[in-house]
Design a protein around this ligand. Structure first.
Ligand code: 2BA
Length: 107
């Protein structure tokens, strides 16, 4: 068993969740915020059998797009922030962590 943590753009979340549901993949959606842009994003928790991990990743690849977003760091963090303020950054498609699950139970 593996746990996939996937951070995706909010704009991609409905389509991605729908595709995962259609594939019979269990998922939990968390509303999260990126620390750099301070813009809302979506984190998916997907507990899945090891042999289906690639199928889940293919689904994320298919439905999560790259997008340009303006870095408003100075607005969020104040005048001391000096990390490309005002520049465009590429966000997405998906930032994915795949973790081993020691034990999984539904009680
Ligand atoms: P944010 O932290 O809001 O980052 C949005 C985008 O800003 C990133 O896109 C990247 O292009 C840029 N960026 C982030 N941190 C940066 C930094 N320290 N210096 C320069 N540019 C930076 P993505 O890489 O596609 O990340 C999208 C979102 O995924 C992130 O939103 C964050 O919520 C999450 N994320 C990405 N990498 C992560 C990591 N190693 N650990 C935890 N969360 C991560």
């Amino acid at each position: 068993m593996k746990l996939i943590l996937a951070i995706i753009r909010n704009e991609d979340s409905v389509e991605t969740l729908s595709a995962l549901m259609h594939a019979g993949i269990f998922v939990t959606k968390l509303s999260t915020t990126g620390g750099f842009l301070m813009v809302g994003n979506t984190t998916l928790l997907i507990g899945i059998e090891e042999e289906r991990v690639d199928e889940a990743l293919d689904t994320l690849r298919l439905h999560c797009s790259k997008h340009e977003h303006e870095n408003l760091g100075r607005l969020n963090y104040g005048d001391d922030f000096d990390a490309g303020d005002g520049e465009q950054v590429i966000v997405g498609g998906a930032t994915v962590f795949i973790l081993n699950v020691d034990r999984f139970e539904k009680l």
